[in-house]
Design a protein around this ligand. Structure first.
Ligand SMILES: NC(=O)c1ccc[n+]([C@@H]2O[C@H](COP(=O)([O-])OP(=O)(O)OC[C@H]3O[C@@H](n4cnc5c(N)ncnc54)[C@H](OP(=O)(O)O)[C@@H]3O)[C@@H](O)[C@H]2O)c1
Length: 310
């Protein structure tokens, strides 16, 4: 990091469970590193010295409060690394955020979009923004991936029923990738040499993603992971199931700059525990789609500037 200062400042979401918790442990153990995390609830078990600020991504008001609290704690400091890793997956698309948006879209995409926009000005030059996405965004990997983008339909779905929860999840992860592309294309981001990375940890067992799904649904997913995916994984490496330890370690490596995508690339996909740099889906690379998502998300979070990012 380019600032003449002794301390590296890292802000993270989604580090109270799953792979994020492992990433947090690695990052917090780095010398000279101050870590501020956003988390729901109280009494979170985080490594000693890590600062916890309340954040519920299901509420845009909470995102704004978190951003203000982080900014006031920074004083003259700047954020070197911003890691937006929190995520949820539900069995339906019937949940709603405080502001009335479909919950998966709101938590995984809209809240992080708002948070990254609010904190961008607080980031250090040559800082790093990492957004956790998923290979489920890609129709070449899974049939549940979105083949078109309609932010309004994602925010206010008029269809529900079997399979809509996982489809909402896959679409929200496409939104994470499109948002990363938008930030990477911003003039300000280029001028300040900020690195933007969309990280797909790959199928990772043993996390609590989908924990709110009905017990029967979770049992089916476990069964799939231990049977079908193991066989499919013999032919399709992206179906090989990783561990939260390795996925979290990879997230930490990316956040800390130990793994850097080749020039011009922002997508890192962990396959069999190794970082790879494939093209994301065709839709994820669409300038039209990313600009549409940016504009419509701006309206949804209450920004009156709806200008495209470049
Ligand atoms: N597991 C996989 O196979 C897989 C594959 C591809 C991508 N991913 C992505 O990896 C990331 C981490 O997933 P994981 O598998 O480690 O899941 P996890 O164990 O369920 O962890 C999710 C994290 O997000 C936080 N979170 C969820 N909803 C939140 C909210 N409303 N407000 C604040 N924080 C919230 C959780 O906090 P609480 O402790 O408060 O719930 C937790 O810290 C997600 O973005 C996920 O989409 C996972």
């Amino acid at each position: 990091m380019n600032q003449a200062k002794s301390q590296r400042i890292v802000v993270m979401t989604g580090v109270t469970a799953g792979l994020g918790l492992h990433a947090l442990q690695k990052i917090a153990a780095q010398p000279g590193t101050r870590v501020i995390v956003g988390a729901r609830g109280s009494g979170r078990a985080v490594p000693p010295g890590v600062e916890v600020i309340p954040l519920d991504l299901a509420s845009l008001a909470s995102v704004r409060q978190f951003s203000e609290a982080v900014t006031s704690r920074l004083e003259s400091g700047r954020i070197d690394i911003l890691v937006l890793n929190a995520g949820m997956q539900a069995s339906t698309n019937e949940g709603r955020s405080v502001e009335g948006y479909e919950l998966t879209f709101a938590v995984n995409h809209l809240a992080h979009y708002l948070l990254a926009r609010l904190l961008l000005s607080q980031m250090a030059d040559q800082g790093r923004l990492v957004i956790t996405t998923s290979e489920t965004h890609d129709p070449a990997v899974t049939p549940i991936a979105p083949k078109a983008l309609d932010p309004q339909a994602l925010a206010h779905p008029d269809k529900s029923g079997f399979g809509m929860g996982i489809r909402a999840y896959a679409a929200s992860k496409l939104c994470n990738l499109l948002t990363a592309q938008s930030f990477a294309a911003m003039e300000e981001v280029r001028a300040r040499k900020l690195a933007v990375i969309a990280f797909s940890p790959g199928l990772t067992g043993g996390t609590s993603l989908g924990r709110d799904s009905p017990r029967a649904m979770r049992a089916v997913v476990m069964l799939l992971m231990h049977t079908v995916f193991r066989v499919v994984g013999l032919f399709r490496p992206e179906y090989v199931i990783g561990t939260p330890e390795r996925s979290g370690e990879a997230l930490a490596e990316i956040a800390l700059g130990a793994v850097i995508p080749p020039p011009g690339r922002i997508y890192v996909s962990l396959v069999k525990g190794k970082p790879t740099f494939p093209d994301p889906s065709q839709l994820a690379r669409s300038r039209e789609a990313r600009e549409q998502l940016w504009r419509e998300s701006a309206v949804m979070v209450g920004f009156d500037d709806q200008a495209p990012t470049q």
